[in-house]
Design a protein around this ligand. Structure first.
Ligand code: UT7
Length: 332
């Protein structure tokens, strides 16, 4: 899907929130048969955050969203729409965005969730962009948030070492042509929906059924090897498509934000796109894979570290369950 970019959209503010509790690789050594050495060399992850007892998704959404509003200098009552991208909502009904709304004072905002797993943030940005481009919204808050540790199978070393909790948020506003988002594109391929999934907890295998609990269905399951290969290929190819459409070469990119799933994937995609290590941002070592929160948290981190500056030309790409993937090119 390609569209006309007469009105663009910019990231006017960014925010992130990480739960306090840290789960290190050595903590995991006590839970499953693994080692810091294996996790570090195969994934690049050293630690991840974990929600505490009594803490849940909306607590993260509220904190990251408020930080993005403050960064943009936008008052809560000026927000027209909030989209929460998550695969791990606070509860099935209502949407996490609706639960968060009164706590954030978003009195004039329509609020809803979208589900596109790790690509959720790029998908939500693209949805927000349509409303801003048509003039029906001016201030749209997009939050990527996950409590993945609540859905980890702590007996499955192939998955439980990967995921972490957190939230990242961006306040989107209209921008003059040539600024903000220059290209964005997205894809879905449901033929491979079994590569990353959680079969239980929905209407096929309800969460309250014995089958769901007894057969371990309400946990994240992933075919790691296959996912790895498809993730690298998909993020690379779609990023090449949008770079070509924009007439931008790899040397013109100031900073690249690939989905923070695994350091080896991050490096492989960067290399295939012809980018240097300096152009590729990574924070997977201390947050792990935070799915929909991954890219906005990385962007907020990069600003904090002084690596992402206003005016920079930025490429971002995500890949996740669905399968879904998305890429965007923007002038920050
Ligand atoms: O967010 C959505 C996108 N997600 C991704 O893109 C993730 C993609 N996949 C990956 O990142 C990697 O495939 C993993 C990190 C999940 C796994 O790395 P791998 O290099 O593909 O390892 P593997 O699954 O091929 O396993 C190699 C060996 C196996 O042992 P055997 O069968 O060779 O004896 C595993 O049992 O490593 C073993 N292993 C572990 N050993 C210690 C798997 N997990 C662990 C572990 N600790 N945590």
């Amino acid at each position: 899907m390609n569209d006309d970019f007469t009105t663009t959209v910019r990231f006017a503010g960014l925010g992130r929130f990480l739960p306090e509790k840290i789960l290190t690789n050595s903590d995991l050594e006590k839970i499953v048969e693994t080692s810091d050495e294996w996790i570090t060399t195969r994934t690049g992850i050293k630690e991840r955050r974990m929600v505490a007892d009594g803490e849940a998704l909306v607590d993260l959404v509220v904190r990251a969203g408020a930080a993005a509003l403050e960064d943009a200098g936008v008052a809560p009552d000026e927000v027209d729409m909030m989209i929460v991208a998550t695969a791990t909502p606070e509860q099935p009904i209502p949407a996490s965005a609706a639960i968060a709304q009164p706590r954030m004072g978003l009195v004039n905002a329509v609020c809803f969730d979208i589900s596109a797993a790790c690509s959720g943030f790029t998908f939500a940005v693209n949805v927000a962009r349509q409303f801003i481009a048509t003039g029906s919204a001016r201030n749209v808050l997009v939050v990527g948030a996950e409590c993945l540790t609540r859905y980890c199978d702590w007996t499955d070393r192939k998955t439980c070492v990967l995921f972490g909790d957190g939230a990242g948020a961006a306040l989107l506003q209209p921008a003059p042509a040539g600024e903000g988002i220059l290209q964005i594109d997205w894809r879905t391929d449901g033929n491979f929906s079994d590569l990353i999934c959680m079969p239980g907890g929905g209407s096929r295998i309800p969460p309250n059924s014995h089958e769901s609990i007894d057969q371990g269905h309400p946990f994240i399951k992933m075919k790691g090897n296959e996912t790895f290969k498809v993730a690298v290929r998909a993020m690379t190819e779609l990023s090449k498509v949008i770079l070509e459409r924009a007439g931008i070469g790899p040397d013109e990119i100031d900073l690249f934000f690939p989905h923070q799933a695994n350091q080896r994937i991050i490096q492989a995609v960067g290399k295939r796109l012809g980018l240097t290590d300096q152009q590729v941002f990574s924070n997977v070592a201390y947050v792990g894979n935070t799915s929909a929160a991954s890219i906005p948290m990385a962007m907020a981190d990069a600003v904090e570290q002084g690596r992402l500056k206003r005016g920079d030309l930025v490429l971002a790409t995500a890949f996740g369950g669905g399968l879904t993937w998305g890429s965007m090119l923007f002038r920050f």
